[in-house]
Ligand binder design. Structure first.
Ligand code: RFL
Ligand code: PHB
Length: 388
């Protein structure tokens, strides 16, 4: 096979890039190791920035999101019984959209065939070759048959564990911070306890009340990395959520059987630069943020925006500088989201190594945020997403 851009990974980054390039008349093929059902079974992000919503609008794939997504004007930071409301709409004039990563992925998947976007699922042993040359290629096996795609560029959209970053590891630098806890998440078909998200810092640890719809809730607590999912039967988790979210939220929690429960470790990670030769990395393949700022999927979307812009400039105006400039442009936004996610994680979690001083700093910061419009505006403009 021959194409302009071989895209590895059919998560949100790979599918978005495939559709955007297709709309510009640039040929591409997307290679995914898993089956469509497996990809849709991963319960992850729930909060979309305007930039991400805007890309779906540009593709004309926003109808279901507009009908079923929940626009949110605000979210809350809770510390004990105190709530600090961050009025996103009032402070920035913007909202965020609560719409699951599963749903956005499903919308992109369903539109692929009709738009002629070729996605090859079940691609094994994906390997990248000759990324420094003008004619890189990707090899893989499917149904026991060895295959090869020749391309002009490769887009590595294959997440944190994929082969793309591995192919350029010696060509850049890794920046990493691993946190001493993970988030235990539960998805249940019960109404949310509050119509706005609540991030809580309780003496027993962090908790988040989120949602997917008026009838489906998503909650998280932080747990030590040694904890196993079997240690957390549903009742224990509901009891813990009620304590950590505080009495006001607890009074409105409706509990029910989990339809998904998993533990995700927290990590901050950046690989720079995000391009080497003709391989461009997008999304989790290049960086990871702790979920506290709801930034991971949104960063994948903004990377894709910059990558698409660069590839269009190359194919339409023969502009090689646009490709060379991709990494700097994408990283400028990545680092700001890394900072925001790291600082919100620091503010809202009890770190095992922290003492009385660190806790006093958290209280002082929350006091400051509670009383300063400037501090709230800073949080709000980061949460709704910085401009691309
Ligand atoms: P993905 O979604 O991991 O997709 C990568 C795809 O590449 C495939 N792949 C391969 N394909 C072929 N060959 C190989 N060898 C391959 N290896 C891997 C994989 O199967 C997969 O289909 O990366 P992408 O597209 O960059 O998207 C990134 C997002 O998934 C991620 O950043 C977010 O989910 C992070 N995140 C959140 N982001 C937000 O913007 N808002 C949120 O509210 C939010 N909440 C979260 C989150 C992530 C979480 N977890 C579980 C990590 C909440 C959680 C709990
Ligand atoms: C989610 O609903 O899954 C969610 C919401 C906000 C976050 C992280 C995850 O910061």
């Amino acid at each position: 096979m021959r194409t302009d851009v071989a895209i590895i990974g059919a998560g949100p980054a790979g599918l978005l890039l495939g559709h955007l390039l297709g709309a510009e008349g640039i040929a591409c093929v997307v290679l995914e190791r898993q089956t469509p059902d497996y990809v849709l079974g991963r319960i992850r992000a729930g909060v979309l920035e305007q930039v991400t919503v805007g890309l779906m609008e540009r593709l004309g794939l926003d109808a279901r999101m507009k009908a079923e997504g929940l626009p949110h004007d605000a979210f809350n930071l809770a510390d004990g019984e105190r709530y600090v409301r961050i009025d996103l709409a009032g402070l920035t004039g913007q909202q965020v959209m609560v719409y699951g990563q599963t749903e956005i992925t499903r919308d992109l998947m369903n539109a692929a065939k009709g738009r002629g976007l070729e996605v090859i699922y079940g691609a094994g042993d994906v390997a990248l070759h000759d990324i420094e040359s003008g004619a890189p290629c990707v090899t893989f096996t499917r149904d026991g048959v060895h295959q090869r795609i020749d391309a002009r560029f490769i887009a590595g959209c294959d997440g944190f564990h994929g082969p793309s970053r591995q192919a350029m590891l010696g060509q850049g630098r890794e920046y990493e911070r691993v946190y001493p806890f993970g988030w235990l998440g539960i998805l249940a078909d019960v109404p949310p306890c509050n119509h706005e998200l609540i991030y809580a810092n309780h003496e027993r640890g962090f908790a988040l009340a989120s949602m997917r719809s008026e009838t489906r809730s998503r909650y998280y607590i932080d747990v030590p990395l040694t904890e196993r999912i079997e240690d957390w039967p549903d009742e224990r988790l509901w009891d813990e959520l009620a304590i950590r979210l505080g009495p006001e939220a607890a009074a409105n929690i409706v509990s029910g059987p989990s339809i998904e429960k998993s533990i995700a470790p927290l990590r901050s990670y950046v690989f720079a630069p995000m391009r080497h030769g003709n391989l461009l990395l997008c999304g989790d393949a290049a960086h990871i943020v702790p979920p506290t700022g709801a930034k991971g999927l949104n960063l994948a979307a903004s990377d894709v925006h910059y990558a698409c812009e660069a590839l269009v400039a190359f194919f339409k105006q023969n502009d090689r500088d646009a490709i060379d400039g991709y990494s700097d442009k994408a990283l400028a936004r990545v680092w700001k989201s890394e900072r925001f996610s790291w600082s919100l994680t620091r503010l809202m979690h009890r770190f095992p190594e922290d003492g009385a001083f660190e806790r006093a700093m958290q209280v002082a910061e929350l006091d400051y945020i509670a009383t300063s419009r400037a501090a709230q505006t800073s949080i709000a403009e980061n949460y709704v997403g910085l401009p691309v």
